[in-house]
Each structure stands twice: as structure tokens, then as C-alpha cells.
Write a protein that binds this ligand. Structure first.
Ligand SMILES: [Cu+2]
Length: 506
């Protein structure tokens, strides 16, 4: 720790030691008594006052050009809301400033920061903030404990330069972080950082949903999975695809790119890697010294960060991954950097030779072919796994199935699926039907006779077989409709499943 020339002890200690109120401060209920604003010595009061520029990911505030300290005012508002986690999947996020990760804060070593944490009135729970850039107990956590509809203020001096994680530290802490409450604060060293052409903000964090990866609908936080550290989602910037396609980060050939990379966690570390690039310089763990050059993969701890610089030499799409690759390919930890510009085939040729056998002299070409093949497999898997496409397929099946139903089943089971008393059993929330999907297929194909009890009522009648009238696809469609109507819910049926039953030995 460095000594502070202007204040005695750390800023936080002084803030706590001085009990003199000066101006209004909204005290959060349950947060303990507010001490009142710190009395700043004249030398600090003489510093110019600045409003911090905060940016949403992947943007980074502009480099700080001033050569002196300032009093920097930061306002960060906590908001809770439901938003997209993946296509067809929603999640109830808790955020700093409306984004996951939270807004990027950029200050300079030696700055005195007046920090305001506001918790929106629509929030359901209190929050606070622990900034790893703060020297003082809790990193600001106790000082910023803030109930919904309240605001807290505290002051700290940025003694140490570096790239720091901030996060919520309200109990249960892993839940607050898992809901998206983390971000980065860069304390630029006094001498600044080496200039680059582009800077981006990427942060990894995992999400513990009750449903599996891609399972549709609003997903709740799963405490048991978080305790076991088994997240269905490991993501960059808070959503599947947040850095993909037209949301990819970009650069031009010849430019120097810097990534400010952090891991919010709450639990999982990152083996951060950019496929097809080599980091020219790495500032590991967010410290102020680049201790390594020419790095393929850098390890970033939970609650930690790294700064990586690299020059982009050839055009193409570079894939950002956690090189614990199941996270990239199955849990979402994947982003893209798109680089435009002229090719340089000496540095990277692209596919040179396309032949059945690639000799040793064509290693570069074979490497490209292998990558292309891997990407094709991935594209096919992504399309198949894409919940939007799966969802649309099911929607279409339901619409087709409704037409079959209205042409055929409706006459007996009725449009509302309730059947007719003593004659036709109901299909709406029918315990018998919903209990056995394969039997339902068999009933439609082969018909049914004899006694059957549905929802406690017994029917003894006859349903004619439909196997001559309906194709496998039509049976799949009509059952998908029946299993998703009148309060029923179920997966889509496939033609292959129907075919299996149709081919059963009698
Ligand atoms: Cu919180």
C-alpha cells in the first residue's frame, strides 16, 4: 500500500472517523448509521471535479489524458429486470447500470472518487458494491448497502493502479453475482497504458438455471447447481451470442487491439484464448506490469482480470473462448472478433490445396481445412441446438396438427378437448394420455376398444384406428397439437417415433 499524502490513514478510515454531517445523505434502512460526507482537506477540495464516463460492454471509456488527479463522481444504478439469456430463454438479471457485466468505470491512480450507488425503487432486494480497487474494509460493501429506492454514497482514494473487478457482496453473495452483479473498474497508472487502436470490455460469468442449456422460458436461479458449481451457462457479456454476428467486436488489419477481460464468476475460472491470435503482451491478474509476451491462453481467476494486447495481422473471424472448451461449445462461452482488411497470404494463406491427401508441405492448408470442417460441424450443431429453430419447428407442428385435429378427432373429442360425458374421453389434461406418450401414438394408429379410465371416469367404447388415414408426420403433428393444447404441455412428437410404433409386431 502506498502512503496518502493528503489524508491521514486510508480514505475509508477517515470517512468512518469523521462523524460530522454535511449536506443530506439518504441512509439505507438496515445499513447502519450514515457517517455523513467526509470532510476533504483543502488540497483535495482544490482538485478539479469530473463526472466519470461509464460505458456498457463491450465499449470502454476513452483513455484518461489528464496528468493530474481529480475528484471523480461515479453514479451507478442497480436495476433488476427480465431479459434474454439465450434465444427463447429469459432470466431475471440483477445489474449495475442495466448491463451484464456492469458499466465499465475508468479512473486514474490517485483520483479521489465520490461513489454513489442507487438502487432503483422497482428492485426487490437490497444490494451493495465491493470494488476490488478500494483500499478499506469490504471494498465499499458496508458503506454502500442500499435498500430498494435508496441511494448510498462513499468516498475512496484510488491508491493502486490496475484492472479491478467489482461485484455485489450482499448475502447470499454467490446468488447476487450469479444474477449478473459484477463489472470492471480500470485504475489507469499515472504514466498511462501504452496506446492501442481499439479497446474492448469482455467479462465471463456463469449462470445457474433450473433448466438445461437452451431450455426455453423464464429460467430461475438454481441454488443447488450454484453450490455444486455446475452451471448450464458460461457466458461472455451476460448472454449467449452477445459478441457474435453483428454484435462481434471489430478491428482492421494492422491495428493493435486491447481486451480488458474479467471473470465475475461467481465460481468458475477462465482459460481465456482467442482462436487464431497470440497475445503480444499480457498483464496477468489485472496487475500493472506486463510480465509475459507471446501468450496463447491466459488463466483468469474468479474475481480477477487480465489485460491482453495483440496486433491483428490478417483478416478473418477470430473466436474468443474459454479454452475449457465444453464451456465454449456447449455452454455459450464464445465471442467473435471480426478483422477486415487486405489479406497477407505469407502470414496466413487460407486454404491452399484441396486434395484427398494433404502432404506435409500443405500443413497450412490442411489446418484451414480442419478448421473449416470443425466450423461446419459447429454450424450444423448450432442450428440443431438453436432453441429458436427448435421452437419454430414445434410451433409449425402444432399448427399443422390443429388442422388434422379439426378434420378428424374433433368430431368425437370436441374442439375444446373435453370429449362428451360417458362416450368420448377427454384429451384436455387427460391423465391417461399424458402418462404414456408411446401409448398415445398406439391409440391413434391402432385405435382402442374396451374399458379405459380417464380422469377418474370409465369409458367403454371404441375408437377407430387411424393408421390408414394418417402419415407418420400427421400423427406426430396431431399429437404435438393435442399435447400442447387446453393446458397440456409436452415436447413435440417426431415422425420417427410414430414410425417405430407403426412397425411394431402385432
Ligand atoms: Cu446485489
Amino acid at each position: 500500500m502506498k502512503t496518502i499524502p493528503l489524508l491521514v490513514g486510508s480514505a475509508a478510515t477517515v470517512a468512518l472517523a469523521l462523524g460530522l454531517g454535511r449536506g443530506p445523505l439518504l441512509a439505507a434502512e438496515g445499513a447502519g448509521a450514515a457517517k455523513g460526507p467526509v470532510i476533504l482537506p483543502p488540497a483535495v477540495l482544490a482538485l478539479p471535479v469530473e463526472q466519470a464516463v461509464l460505458t456498457a460492454p463491450p465499449k470502454v471509456p476513452p483513455p484518461i489524458t489528464r496528468k493530474h488527479a481529480a475528484r471523480v463522481v461515479v453514479h451507478l444504478e442497480v436495476r433488476e429486470f427480465v431479459a434474454r439469456l439465450a434465444d427463447g430463454v429469459d432470466y431475471s438479471f440483477w445489474t449495475y447500470g442495466g448491463t451484464v457485466p456492469g458499466l465499465f468505470i475508468r479512473i486514474r491512480e490517485g483520483d479521489v472518487v465520490e461513489f454513489h450507488l442507487e438502487n432503483h425503487p422497482s428492485s426487490k432486494v437490497p444490494h451493495n458494491i465491493d470494488l476490488h480497487a478500494v483500499t478499506g474494509a469490504g471494498g465499499g460493501a458496508a458503506a454502500t448497502f442500499t435498500a430498494p429506492g435508496h441511494a448510498s454514497q462513499f468516498t475512496f482514494k484510488a491508491l493502486n493502479a490496475g484492472l479491478y473487478v467489482y461485484h455485489c457482496a450482499t448475502a447470499p453473495v454467490p446468488m447476487h453475482i450469479a444474477n449478473g452483479m459484477y463489472g470492471l473498474i480500470l485504475v489507469e497508472p499515472k504514466e498511462g497504458l501504452p496506446p492501442v487502436d481499439r479497446e474492448y470490455y469482455v467479462m465471463q460469468g456463469e449462470f445457474y438455471t433450473t433448466g438445461k442449456f437452451g431450455e426455453e422460458g423464464l429460467q430461475a436461479f438454481d441454488l443447488a447447481k450454484s453450490i455444486d458449481e455446475r452451471p448450464p451457462y458460461v457466458l461472455f457479456n451476460g448472454a449467449v451470442g452477445s459478441l457474435v454476428g453483428d454484435k462481434a467486436i471489430t478491428a482492421k488489419v494492422g491495428e493493435k487491439v486491447r481486451l480488458y477481460f474479467g471473470v465475475g464468476g461467481p465460481n468458475i475460472t477462465s482459460s481465456f484464448h482467442v482462436i487464431g491470435e497470440i497475445f503480444d503482451r499480457v498483464w496477468p491478474e489485472g496487475g500493472t506490469r506486463f510480465v509475459q509476451e507471446n501468450v496463447q491462453t491466459t488463466m483468469v481467476p474468479a474475481g480477477g482480470s487480465a489485460i491482453v494486447d495483440f496486433k491483428v495481422d490478417v483478416p478473418g473471424t477470430y473466436i474468443l473462448v474459454d479454452h475449457s472448451l465444453s464451456r465454449a461449445f456447449n455452454k455459450g462461452a464464445l465471442g467473435m472478433l471480426k478483422v477486415d482488411g487486405p489479406e497477407n497470404r505469407v502470414i496466413y494463406s487460407g486454404k491452399e490445396i484441396d486434395a484427398v491427401y494433404l502432404g506435409a508441405q500443405a500443413d497450412a492448408g490442411s489446418e484451414a481445412a480442419r478448421r473449416e470442417a470443425a466450423l461446419q460441424v459447429r454450424i450444423a450443431a448450432e442450428i440443431k441446438a438453436n432453441p429458436v429453430i427448435a421452437g419454430l419447428t414445434k410451433e409449425a407442428q402444432i399448427e399443422k396438427g390443429k388442422q388434422v385435429y379439426m378434420g378428424l378427432c374433433f368430431a368425437c373429442h370436441q374442439a375444446d378437448g373435453n370429449g362428451l360425458p360417458n362416450v368420448f374421453p377427454p384429451l384436455a389434461q387427460a391423465d391417461y394420455m399424458l402418462a404414456d406418450r408411446e401409448r398415445a401414438i398406439r391409440t391413434v394408429l391402432k385405435g382402442m376398444t374396451g374399458k379405459v379410465t380417464v380422469n377418474g371416469k370409465t369409458y367403454d367404447s371404441m375408437m377407430p384406428p387411424q393408421e390408414a388415414a394418417l402419415s407418420d408426420a400427421q400423427v406426430a403433428d396431431v399429437l404435438t397439437y393435442v399435447f400442447n393444447s387446453w393446458g397440456n404441455t409436452g415436447d413435440a412428437f417426431t415422425a420417427a417415433q410414430v414410425k417405430n410404433v407403426r412397425n411394431e409386431a402385432r
